[in-house]
Design a protein around this ligand. Structure first.
Ligand SMILES: O=C(O)CCC(=O)C(=O)O
Length: 298
């Protein structure tokens, strides 16, 4: 069977002046549609390894350790999403420069950096998001997360419980998106499965159409955007997205997770509603319950 990818759809793009709060609310936030701001960053600081070493402090960061060859196996044969290791930015930078981050599939992912010197350099942009566009962080203490990894890394197709904004700071990222209405055609993992139900089983760049025949239907609704430094992408909750670090070297971005407004966008799918209910409970209860059901099913 062939992968009938049609030409991907484009995401709307505006400058900061063009995207007024009214336009953002009416056309993007309320209906839940992605949009790019092309001149989001005021400062021209390049978040390269030298800048990161000097402005992120001496603390440790959680690094996703997928392991060599992990992405070659079909997703439904994975036994876990990844392991985690803790390391300083200095050690992780060495893994990038000596090529071991790429070989071992290491990814410094979703680390809160709101209190660092690096974060201060984009305080104006954060104010634009909160004061002009009216975003409210889900958890104020972790409102800004750092993502840093080798070019070639692809963060698998998934969706998030909150609205998100992804801002590019070094290198380029290609983001492939599918709207929530395509969920069934993207074969999410089951509710009590080895991987969470907000992750897709499809390897979208090399799909197995024997296993996932309806993926061709989702391809008719595939959106793509390549983000360059200084740009920001709004990713509404439940929009599936895979993020590929492009080019040579390494790529750095920051994201924020925001409260979903209006709240009814959380209930576009059963998966969204279950995730909403789970987030109301203490997370350790949810994990324990999940482990229990998973063991019981086996
Ligand atoms: O940048 C990445 O690799 C993934 C980020 C992501 O999934 C997000 O911002 O929601």
């Amino acid at each position: 069977m062939t992968n009938k990818a049609s030409t991907p759809k484009a995401i709307d793009r505006f400058t900061k002046i063009e995207l007024t709060a009214e336009k953002f609310d009416k056309n993007y936030r309320i209906p839940g549609r992605p949009v790019v701001v092309t001149d989001f960053l005021d400062s021209s600081i390049d978040w390269n390894l030298d800048f990161l070493r000097r402005h992120l402090g001496e603390g440790k960061f959680a690094v996703r350790d997928y392991g060599e060859g992990h992405f070659d196996a079909p997703r439904n044969q994975w036994t876990k999403y990844c392991d985690h290791v803790q390391m300083s930015i200095h050690d992780f930078a060495t893994h990038i420069t000596d090529g071991s981050a790429k070989k071992r599939n290491l990814y410094l992912a979703q680390n809160p950096i709101g209190e660092t010197e690096a974060a201060k350099t984009i305080a104006d942009e954060m104010r634009f998001l909160t004061q002009v566009l009216g975003f409210e962080p889900i958890i104020p203490e972790v409102s800004l997360n750092l993502w840093l990894g080798p070019a070639g890394h692809a963060e698998p197709l998934h969706f998030d419980p909150g609205d998100g904004t992804m801002m590019l700071l070094h290198g380029q990222k290609k983001v492939i998106l599918y709207p929530p209405k395509q969920s069934a055609n993207l074969y999410p993992f089951g509710f009590y499965d080895v991987l969470p139900f907000w992750v897709s089983q499809v390897n979208i760049e090399d799909p197995d159409l024997g296993e996932h025949p309806n993926f061709n239907k989702a391809q008719q609704d595939r959106y793509e955007v390549v983000l360059s430094p200084g740009q920001v992408l709004f990713i509404p909750t439940q929009w599936w997205h895979e993020v590929v670090a492009e080019g040579e070297g390494y790529v750095c971005s920051c994201n924020c997770f925001w409260k979903v407004k209006p709240l009814n966008r959380k209930f576009q799918s059963l998966r969204g509603a279950v995730l909403f209910a789970m987030n109301l409970l203490p997370w350790h209860w949810v994990l324990r319950f999940n482990r229990f059901i998973y063991k019981f099913k086996k």
